[in-house]
Write a protein that binds this ligand. Structure first.
Ligand code: ARG
Length: 460
């Protein structure tokens, strides 16, 4: 048991209590943030005359040594320490002697852990953003290549109107673009430094909080010390953003699973991204998509967990908050594995363009266009809707697509039909005439691709 307290105790901690209380098994992940925070703190303490320059230099050398040794694997973070803060401080004192004991001057583990977690989440936000950008680049490529790959657009999972693969994928482009903008917002809001808040009420030492904030790349210090040690909003916001990302990935996965089925055959998942069955030799399963869909649950769970942990807490720090870590780490690990795998799966996926187009044709997705044709020939829309519906019925009875009806068959329902009906309801016309902003028509899509291209090149 190595702990940072004990002076007011007359008995050793019960081992079970110690184990229950200890957080080293998971907060050891924070070693780098913990050391970087301490480096900034000690530089500031010396600048303020609270530590001597010799003490500062000894502590810096000690901390840098610990960091290097942990990273090279020479120094292992073991469970003999209560938490990562105790581990670093104990090792420091072992290395440099009594000067090490001065590191914690003007600081509490409450502001220390608030800082460590904030820095960890801050890095994670950036990494998620980077991975989303990779995904968006793949989506953009698929869009560029499939402006005229016709496919059915669905509502209620029923074929509705024809769209293109570019347009369908473009919907996900918008979702993941919004996900990135959420991360940018979160980053801005969270990028204030809690170090110097002490246990809850600041400290009597003349700390320069602007300096530590600046050294650690924050936009400034937080403005209320009680809030600083008890705020976990940024964890909640980030987990909420991750949940939304997973929800989007999960919807896309669901579509890929459907498209990959024998009934659809719209896509073929690359062998490198699918798995077989131990008993059914014919199977090629979309496991990656299924796992991404499945793992969405645990990311939501982390969000629910921290929301529930925080809901009844009085100000300021409470030990409950130690529960912010495992769920957050698990969610980060989950998204960090889902995003690149999903991107890789998509990047290598084959789209069966002919199957998609045939499916759009066979699903009466141009029935609205038949009605629109009639409207353009003076038939009121309500009547046109009825005529088109009766033609669909006729097609079902004859097992034909609308395009395959003879002109006589069309004219049995309305003499407004002329020979140009075939052109008017061809897949190409149906899609290309849809030119409102955001619609699947090629000219409309090209404008969007141009905007996307600029967006992907911009840095923010
Ligand atoms: N392990 C604690 C946490 O993660 C660190 C802060 C402990 N502070 C305290 N006063 N015991 O929240």
């Amino acid at each position: 048991m190595a702990q940072l307290w004990g002076g007011r105790f007359t008995k050793a901690t019960d081992q079970m209590v110690y184990d229950f209380n200890a957080s080293i098994s998971f907060d050891k992940r924070l070693y780098r943030q913990d050391i970087e925070g301490s480096l900034a703190h000690v530089k500031m303490l010396a600048q303020q005359g609270i530590l001597t320059e010799e003490e500062r230099d000894a502590i810096i050398a000690g901390l840098e040594g610990i960091l290097a040794d942990v990273e090279s694997g020479v120094l292992e973070i073991t469970s003999e320490y209560e938490d990562i803060h105790s581990f670093v401080e104990a090792n420091l004192t072992e290395r440099i002697g009594d000067a090490g004991k001065k590191l914690h001057t003007g600081r509490s583990r409450n502001d220390q852990v608030a800082l460590d977690m904030r820095m960890y989440v801050r890095d994670a936000v950036k990494e998620t953003d980077r991975q989303l950008l990779q995904l968006l680049k793949v989506l953009q490529r698929i869009m560029e290549e499939n402006l005229d790959t016709f496919m059915p657009g669905f509502t209620h999972l029923q074929k509705a109107q024809p769209v293109t693969l570019a347009h369908h994928v473009g919907a996900y482009f918008e979702m993941f673009k919004r996900d990135r903008s959420r991360l940018v917002d979160i980053y801005k809001r969270m990028n204030y430094c809690p170090l110097g808040a002490g246990a809850l009420a600041g400290t009597t030492y003349p700390l320069d909080r602007d300096l530590t904030a600046q050294l650690l790349g924050f936009d400034g210090p937080t403005l209320n010390s009680m809030d600083s040690v008890s705020d976990r909003d940024y964890v909640i916001e980030y987990l909420s953003a991750l949940s939304t990302i997973m929800m989007h990935l999960s919807r896309f996965s669901e579509e890929i699973i459907i498209w990959n089925s024998n009934e659809y055959r719209f896509v073929e998942i690359d062998d490198a991204y699918s798995t077989g069955s131990s008993i059914m030799p014919q199977k090629k399963n979309p496991d990656i998509a299924e796992l991404v869909r499945g793992k969405t649950g645990r990311v939501y769970a982390s969000l629910m967990g921290i929301l529930t942990t925080m809901k009844g807490l009085p100000l300021a720090y409470n030990k409950d908050m130690q529960e912010d870590k495992e769920g957050t780490f698990d969610a980060i690990d989950t998204v960090n594995s889902c995003l690149p795998l999903f991107t890789g799966m998509l990047d290598t996926m084959k789209f069966n363009k002919n199957v998609m187009e045939a499916s759009a044709k066979n699903g009466f997705t141009n029935a609205t266009d038949v009605a629109d044709y009639l409207v353009n020939h003076g038939v009121p829309f309500r009547d046109a809707h009825g005529i088109s519906g009766r033609l669909v019925l006729k097609c079902i009875a004859k097992n034909k697509a609308l395009d395959d009806l003879t002109l006589e068959e069309f004219r049995e329902e309305s003499d407004a039909f002329e020979a140009d009906i075939y052109d008017a309801i061809s897949m190409k016309t149906c899609v290309e005439k849809r030119l409102t902003e955001g619609a699947p028509g090629e000219a409309a899509m090209r404008k969007v691709l141009e905007i996307n291209k600029k967006y992907l090149e911009s840095v923010h």
